[in-house]
Ligand binder design. Structure first.
Ligand code: SF4
Length: 170
């Protein structure tokens, strides 16, 4: 459990540290607003695991649709204009885990906010960006000091880790 929590923390820190330029170059999809019916959503009991990348995670729900399995991540609070990159990467990791676990590739995943749902296409570009990020995380995992990669005080002000981060700008 500690391992999982630690992995998620590191994961989140890396998501926030990627510069917007890097993210744009990675070609992350922006997300499509969709209307969903939550009746068919099934709770996920156990985390999914993919050993080749040492990746583990538990989507909030899985939806079976036309022979595919769509992961759903639920976020508290109202939706931003467009999903945060951290949320997109998290959902992409669930898409990857679903594909490796069930042998069927989700065409997209869903981020569910209080007032709006976004579909995020699980493109090959997004998959490649995710794998690059995971490899980078693995490489930096044991480094004592990994420098912040942005100069945006506003981002630090919104960051959930600002109280424990010694590199915060605000
Ligand atoms: S407080 Fe700022 S530097 Fe620290 S993790 Fe958050 S966004 Fe990055």
């Amino acid at each position: 459990m500690l391992y999982l929590a630690l992995a998620l923390l590191i994961f989140a820190l890396f998501f926030f540290r990627k510069s917007s330029t890097q993210r744009k170059e990675a070609g992350l999809p922006g997300g499509r607003i969709i209307y969903t019916d939550t009746h068919g959503w099934g709770k996920v009991e156990k985390p999914l695991y993919y050993s080749a990348l040492e990746l583990t995670g538990k989507p909030d729900y899985l939806v079976q649709k036309n022979g595919t399995i769509i992961p759903v991540e639920v976020k508290s609070g109202r939706a931003p204009e467009a999903p945060y990159d951290s949320h997109i990467y998290q959902l992409a990791s669930y898409c990857l885990l679903v594909e490796k676990t069930y042998g069927t590739r989700p065409p997209y995943g869903i981020i569910h906010y209080e007032n709006r749902d976004f579909a995020i296409d699980y493109t090959h570009e997004l998959e490649t960006a995710l794998i690059d990020l995971l490899v980078e995380m693995k490489r930096d995992e044991h480094k004592k000091d990994v420098p912040r990669s942005h100069e945006q005080a506003a981002r630090c002000a919104r960051c959930g880790y600002k109280n424990v981060c010694d590199q915060r700008l605000a």
